[in-house]
Design a protein around this ligand. Structure first.
Ligand code: FDP
Length: 340
């Protein structure tokens, strides 16, 4: 049955319009305190603010470099700093978090004096793919949420250095042709699309599964001249042997590449090279949350030798090679790269 006129342009599931707030409340376990749900809701608000600023960036002279470099020595874009500030200011006083780790700050973020510490830790990359901002390419915010290790003594470095297998939830907010929030709290992957005139995230896909037949492989081919020969073999296998034939797509904006491969099937690879022995992608707030989402959607994430979710971080800003996507495509990387 066609929905009544005027509703046909709203995302609906089984003829129902479901807001993110409704979905979060309806799907939280009975025993839940509501703390995690509230963190999600604040992240959705952050997504609305960052999405709005991203769209206005060209008008407001927010594009371009802010004249500083972050902890990885990369130039910080003005929007990176703004996105980071939005997330900290929305979350540091709510009493739900005990610590935050962000790509933009060298040390982990403490809860300011005078505010209660909560039981969760938020790790995030406020604006991933930011080297693409100036050219109007889709970018995103990636996040992961952990429980503190000791509720009696919350907010320590150890709380921040947990392996991805202990994530309570993870997701990303994607600033593309529309703004989308995609998350999992351990029971499937769900996406919400921002209805811009109402400012509401509406459920657009429930229980996303990576299609069994993948469509794409994504890697920066220009790094190929320095790959080990096993990596060359892997790429040849993807390009020349895999059936059905895969198409090559690489945006160079991780959330955008991951999102496309999640919906259409495929693998995103950022391998090690002699110049970048640990690749480029950060373990804590990029690789682990996306590997968690991939596994929740029936896929897999590996560093080429082991499951990404089993890597215990020793540093906040540690990098890792990544292969994330359909399980068979990622397992083939592990098989071929054993001796790389
Ligand atoms: P960016 O430097 O623009 O922030 O992790 C950072 C990242 O982008 C990813 O979003 C992206 O997948 C990757 O780097 C692109 O790196 P290359 O330009 O080396 O391919």
């Amino acid at each position: 049955m066609l929905p009544p006129t005027g509703l046909s342009n709203l995302p609906m599931i089984d003829d129902k319009i479901v807001t993110i707030e409704r979905f979060l409340l309806d799907t939280q376990p009975e025993s839940a305190t509501g703390e995690l749900t509230a963190i999600f809701y604040d992240l959705a608000v952050a997504g609305k603010i960052i999405g709005a600023q991203t769209r206005r960036a060209g008008l407001l002279d927010m594009l371009g470099l802010a004249g500083q470099t972050n902890v990885q020595g990369e130039s910080q874009q003005k929007l990176d700093l703004l996105a980071d500030e939005v997330i900290v200011r929305l979350n540091d006083h709510t009493g739900r978090l005990a610590a935050m780790v962000t790509e933009e700050r060298k040390d982990w973020v403490r809860i300011p004096e005078g505010y209660k510490k909560g039981h969760y830790v938020l790790v995030y990359d406020p604006l991933d793919g930011s080297s693409n901002i100036d050219t109007n390419i889709s970018i995103g915010t990636i996040f992961g949420i952990y429980r503190v290790l000791d509720k009696e003594n919350p907010g320590r470095l150890e709380d921040c250095l947990q392996p991805g297998r202990d994530l309570v939830a993870a997701g990303y907010i994607f600033y593309g042709t529309s703004t989308m929030l995609v998350y999992s709290a351990g029971k499937g992957v769900h996406s919400f699309t921002l209805e811009p005139s109402m400012g509401e995230f509406l459920l657009s896909k429930e229980n996303i599964r990576i299609p069994e037949k993948p469509a794409y492989y994504s890697v920066n081919h220009s790094a190929g001249r320095t790959w080990c020969k096993e990596m060359d073999n892997y790429i040849s296998w993807l390009r020349d042997e895999y059936e059905p034939a895969l198409s090559f797509r690489y945006i160079g904006s991780l959330v955008a590449d991951f999102h496309r491969n999640l919906l259409h099937g495929g693998v995103f690879a950022y391998p090690a090279t002699p110049a970048k022995p640990n690749g480029k992608i950060r373990l804590l707030y990029e690789a682990a949350p996306l590997a968690y989402l991939a596994e929740q959607a029936g896929g897999y994430g590996s560093d080429g030798k082991q499951r990404i979710l089993d890597i215990v971080p020793t540093e906040l800003h540690q990098r890792t090679p990544v292969f994330i996507g359909n399980r068979d495509l990622v397992e083939k990387a592990e098989e071929l790269l054993k001796n790389c």
